[in-house]
Ligand binder design. Structure first.
Ligand code: ADP
Ligand code: MG
Length: 353
């Protein structure tokens, strides 16, 4: 309509931009906790405790025994796009850390109240830090702590009215999603003790997940799902291409999980938990030919050179672009079909009943 005047284009206030973008990085409780757990893993921790109050609605903290944060980094710790993990674009091609964008802590500041307690091996005491909504350090004092870091978020989403309401309303579902996500890390992390606790109402702290920090995925599966589930799995090692191996475990034909589609399927790329809906669909479809009543449990880790994929696809880093996805999926299909083909007699009823 030519009678409408063209409106002026103006910059959005910086703090508003920050809040808007932060809501995309931190989508829900599980993406918030995921960022903190990944930071702890990146810091070389061998013990990580996730402690929730009221299923995470009140607060959550992640306590690790990693390298800690040096005092020279305190002021920039929660500033947007400040990171110790990459310095230039090509670093993304050889990324070995979960984090790389320097967004999580700054986003969490914009959405809730962030507190950090940390100590490196060079410091005689720890420091307690608080930050304001924009990620600036608000207060700093000495405290007692072992070497490592505790990051606490109180009142997540209190700065986003709609999300905050939905968060409270759906807290049990958010919590369920978080536990499933923590299972993914518990399955894949070798040599890392993971504990998750929740304190609700007047109840005492209850342990919802606890692993021993074993060095084998097999032990991790037994810890997370139990021995009975483990005996229903078959180890998997597929040479997908010259540079890609898929390792893990998958349900034996007669011993799937009666549960819903995909709720015990975990996909990883070099140990990074990711979403792979196409692969999940593929696995379910092939499994159906052997067992039409159940869904397969699947734990599959792609071991690939870091230059062969891109994790910088979505703000939550759960999606992966493979450079040759079509041929990858094609080879995987062939390999999985062989596993479930009726002619493969390694599956005659063997002693698992
Ligand atoms: P990124 O992980 O992408 O670097 P974050 O906002 O998650 O961005 O973290 C910013 C920086 O804070 C990290 O690069 C790291 O140096 C430091 N950091 C965060 N959490 C921890 C932790 N638990 N232990 C040690 N350093 C940490
Ligand atoms: Mg991070």
């Amino acid at each position: 309509d030519a009678t409408v005047a063209s409106p002026a284009i103006k910059p959005i206030n910086k703090s508003v931009v920050h809040r808007i973008c932060s809501g995309q990085v931190i989508l829900d409780l599980s993406s918030a906790v995921k960022e903190l757990v990944e930071n702890s893993l990146d810091a070389g921790s061998t013990s990580i405790e996730i402690s929730l109050k009221e299923y995470g609605e009140e607060s959550f903290k992640v306590i690790d025994n990693g390298c800690g944060i040096s005092p020279k980094n305190f002021k920039v710790l929660a500033l947007k796009h400040h990171t110790s993990k990459i310095a230039d674009f090509p670093d993304l091609q050889s990324l070995t850390t979960f984090g790389f964008r320097g967004e999580a802590l700054s986003s969490l500041c914009a959405l809730g109240n962030l507190t950090v307690e940390t100590r490196t091996k060079n410091e005689p005491v720890a420091t307690h830090l608080t930050f304001d909504r924009s990620g600036l350090m608000a207060c700093e004092r000495k405290t007692a702590r072992q070497v490592g870091t505790t990051v606490m978020i109180e009142k997540l989403f209190s700065s986003l009215p709609v999300r905050s309401k939905e968060f409270s309303r759906n807290i049990r579902r958010e919590y369920g999603k978080l536990i499933s996500l923590l299972n993914a890390y518990a399955l894949i992390a070798k040599g890392v003790r993971l504990v998750c606790t929740n304190t609700a109402g007047k109840n005492i702290k209850s342990v919802v997940l606890k692993t021993q920090g074993s060095n084998s995925i097999k032990d991790n599966i037994i810890t997370v799902f139990g021995m009975n589930t483990f005996t229903c799995l078959e180890p998997l090692s597929i040479c997908v291409s010259d540079s890609c191996i898929v390792e893990g475990f998958i349900s034996k034909p007669g011993y799937g999980s009666g549960r819903n589609l995909g709720d015990r399927q975990f996909f990883f790329v070099n140990g990074r938990p990711v979403d792979m809906p196409k692969l999940s669909k593929l696995v379910n479809e092939i499994y159906k030919s052997a067992n039409s009543r159940q869904f397969p449990i699947a734990i599959m880790n792609f071991i690939v050179p870091t230059r062969a994929y891109d994790v910088n696809v979505t703000p939550d880093k759960r999606k992966i672009f493979f450079s040759d996805e079509d041929s990858l999926m094609h080879s995987l299909r062939e390999a999985i079909e062989i596993i479930y083909s009726p002619s493969d007699c390694s599956y005659s009823t063997n002693g698992f009943e």
